[in-house]
Design a protein around this ligand. Sequence first.
Ligand SMILES: C[S@@+](CC[C@H](N)C(=O)[O-])C[C@H]1O[C@@H](n2cnc3c(N)ncnc32)[C@H](O)[C@@H]1O
Length: 245
Amino acid sequence: MSVRISRSRKVSAIDQVLAGERTACVAEADCLDVLAGLPSACIDLVVADPPYLIGAKSDGRGRASPWADLCNSSTWFQKWIGECRRVLKPTGALWSCLNWRSLPTFYKASCDLGWSIESLLVWDKEWIGTGSMRGLRCSYELVALWRMEDFGIANRSAADVQRFKWSSRKPHGHPAEKPVDLMRWLIEQSGVSEGIILDPFAGSGTSLVAALDFKCRAVGIEVNETFAAIARKRLAAWKPESQVA
Ligand SMILES: C[S@@+](CC[C@H](N)C(=O)[O-])C[C@H]1O[C@@H](n2cnc3c(N)ncnc32)[C@H](O)[C@@H]1O
């Protein structure tokens, strides 16, 4: 697969991945800046795990309506989700991690974009989180799927509740590191073997190493210098033995 690269842009690591001259890269930058520079319809799949932006109070003293806060943060979600839609090929899709608190933010962003959530996966973490004395302890998170017009799910029997063991150990030093099996499952359901996978919030690079397991090329964007370095280190340590046959 080849992608025409604008001559006016300096050839970056991302351009090289898009052109098939490189397998993977991590850009250390704000994802909105990088996404804006990508050509339309160049990506097969986006796997995103953004910060959930929970707990923000717009008046700084906790007096604002939580709904107003959700509406405010949804404008940022709308921007990056809209950019992901622009860079996806017609056969592509976007998966994004979220939780029950951030769901309304995502839902508003989707409605404002006119891009409906197709499915909502319940990820049973097989692990019980810490909780208050007054409420239930959370043992699940969510992953939303948005699809482009020609996307089809690989396994039509796949259910929307799946179990992937969460570990409180952070093997690569990122506080929100996801299980690689979850990322692999999302990629497998998307049927994108040998395509280009983008993660705009790469963190420690879990989705990127999962992409390589499926013989895909991987583009990661991570704003934090330390996490970008961890993700690059993980990619460099990746071994072809972990590739899906
Ligand atoms: C939930 S974590 C991702 C964890 C990752 N899935 C993993 O398994 O390691 C979200 C990441 O997004 C990064 N981030 C936050 N805002 C960003 C932005 N505007 N552009 C790029 N990265 C951003 C944070 O630094 C953080 O590492």
